[in-house]
Design a protein around this ligand. Sequence first.
Ligand code: FAD
Ligand code: MLT
Ligand code: ZN
Length: 452
Amino acid sequence: MTESHASLAALRRIVGDSHLLTDPSLRAGYEVDWTRRFGGPALAVARPADVEELAGVVKVCAEAGVAIVPQGGNTGLVGGGVPRNGELVVSLARLRDVEPVDGLAGEALAGAGVTLAALQQHVRAAGWEFGVDLGARDSATIGGMVATNAGGLHLLRYGGMRAQVIGLEAVLADGSVVRRLSGLAKDNTGYDLAGLLTGSEGTLGIVTRARLRLVPPLPGRSVALVGLPNTAAAVSLVARLRRAPWLLAAELFFPDGLELVARHSGARPPLAGPHGAYLLVEAAAERDPTDEMAAALQEESSVVLASDPAGRRRLWELRERHTEAIGAQGIAHKLDIGVPVARLAEFVERVQETVSRTDPTARTILYGHIADGNLHVNVLGPAADDERVDDEVLELVIQMAGTVSAEHGVGVAKRRWFAADRGAADLAAMRAVKDALDPRGILNPGVLFEPS
Ligand code: FAD
Ligand code: MLT
Ligand code: ZN
């Protein structure tokens, strides 16, 4: 029996025959990512039922030197949750327990495999809301969102995933379990392991449960779509709205993206054009904030407002459906970048020139979380493995004091630019942490760092 056959037999004993998938047709959905740009063959897919089974799986892998790729909802966009070269995929999808909401503390305890939509439903039923929201809510899991430190649509108000995490349970590379879940809002005993694991993209530990901060619900909602001449006008308007107590979201997109979404979904763009840029704004308050938002936008010449749920959803879909509309055109190069807000308008101009200069046939579609300086640069045209456009755009981002990954993570997609972005000293410190916690390099090799 070869070593990997012996490992598979040991894994099968832990998770049971029906939760160790070796058949290629059963593995297939776990072996390619959402973008269709990344993926490869897996040794097998293991689906442990709980933290004990997971710890057993990791111990077997640690002893045999089998590499592991943790996977949640597989909605990640940087290739970090899919195998590259015969690793074991460990799916957390079965860790779906949620405990009753702790209304005294305003906290929820959820398993890593709970989807964002399921968590939202659970906490809403108890009169609370969760502070992070994103378009992949039906599939993205709490474990994946912790691992990527997901940002999303409400970051300007509540912060990203790291700001919501109060405590974590996780399995480390030797199979040991770290756990701090009792819900201590203040806890200054030593290193912040939960903070370290958040955003570590499955390279330091496998998250099994998270204790999460909740926020009060704001049932009064209103959404506006504003047509503007250009990005600079959108940035100025957001600067003014940022002071409003009701601002929940501010999202930017452009006519080419809107046209693509309209064609893809059959929706009719609600504003008569032409406009150089569109700003979608959501207001949230205890009572209906429509009047306040309308007053704040009264000087704008092209605005549509919706307060009813169906109208609000229709406006949101014009923004949220960009990802799928672009995906339907082909395999996009998805560059999730951040620049200082003051330089956003300059970036929008320079990135178009940069892409056209590098590949005159490429199409560039931009949208994103304007208040956070986070734009999604989607380039259609270049072959999936042709990285010339990626190189030029990310070089521009670094020149402009930006980040090559604002919210999706580094994964394998941005690994080549990680050092240029963070610098040698940061990289060495991170490498030292990785080597200390995972000396054999079995957790997600190839993500963040070159595999050793
Ligand atoms: P996966 O894709 O399964 O994994 C992502 C990474 O986390 C991988 O490196 C994986 O190894 C690791 N991982 C997964 N689970 C665990 C675990 N339990 N323990 C340790 N490591 C783990 N992202 C945003 O930040 N903001 C957005 O607004 C946003 N919108 C999106 C909209 C669409 C339509 C899509 C398709 C994606 C969007 N994303 C967004 C990206 C994606 O949804 C997030 O990165 C999300 O956090 C990934 O969760 P997941 O469960 O799908 O993780
Ligand atoms: C979004 O904001 O829509 C997401 O991060 C997904 C994407 O980049 O397409
Ligand atoms: Zn985003």
